[in-house]
Ligand binder design. Sequence first.
Ligand SMILES: Nc1ncnc2c1ncn2[C@@H]1O[C@H](COP(=O)(O)OP(=O)(O)OP(=O)(O)O)[C@@H](O)[C@H]1O
Length: 234
Amino acid sequence: MEETETIIQMEDVHTPILKNISLQVKKGEIITLIGGSGAGKSSLLMLLNRLVDPDKGTIHFRGRDVRDYEIPKLRKSIGMVLQSSSLFEGTVADNLAFGPKLFQEWEENMGEELLAHVQLPASYLHREVETLSGGEQQRVAFARTLANRPDVLLLDEVTSAVDLKNVDLIEAFLLEIVPKNVKAIMMVTHDVKQARRLGDRTIFMENGKIVEMGPTEKLFTNPQTERLQYFLKE
Ligand SMILES: Nc1ncnc2c1ncn2[C@@H]1O[C@H](COP(=O)(O)OP(=O)(O)OP(=O)(O)O)[C@@H](O)[C@H]1O
């Protein structure tokens, strides 16, 4: 049987905030990260696209140490979307084209296709981003990240500032793009129900450490540690 490709491998990674982080992400997986405020979830994501480097340990992306990639190429391949999108002033099309133009990969018909992923009509291409609702802006932020054809998406609380309709749209979109358009997703969410809905595997963190990690349903129905049992009850 063909072995599933390992997309990310972290081995015994330490930073001032994180301790002893080891994990693997395989092709096709959505990994959800849960844990209380300050547990280190965002810090873990930031290691992957080198917003932070470890003091100790190694991080491999598609079999290669992340430090061996040029940073713009790494960040093109490992895209990140945050809680509130940082679209720049201009039209939706300007925002979508920005990344691909850096790599001479922009084609005029891409815009329409990218917006279709996030269920926005092509007419939005010419809209100034400031005229869009928060939820629409967040969907454009997704389309802009997808424009770079990333292998991995790092998502940090991406639905916490949008209304329920947009939460549904974004969740449906995420389930649809893996592994067709992106190979894997790592997603931090404070919404444990969302972590359960979307995750293939879930990581529970506390004090900079991974306390439990496993198949999402198993983790939720049969938490092994008192810490996680307590966290899920809160
Ligand atoms: N740049 C920084 N300098 C110093 N401390 C930091 C820095 N960034 C994060 N921290 C600290 O590291 C710890 C982990 O933060 P992190 O943002 O990774 O947690 P989190 O689990 O994502 O929390 P939240 O759910 O509140 O976003 C916190 O105690 C935070 O204050």
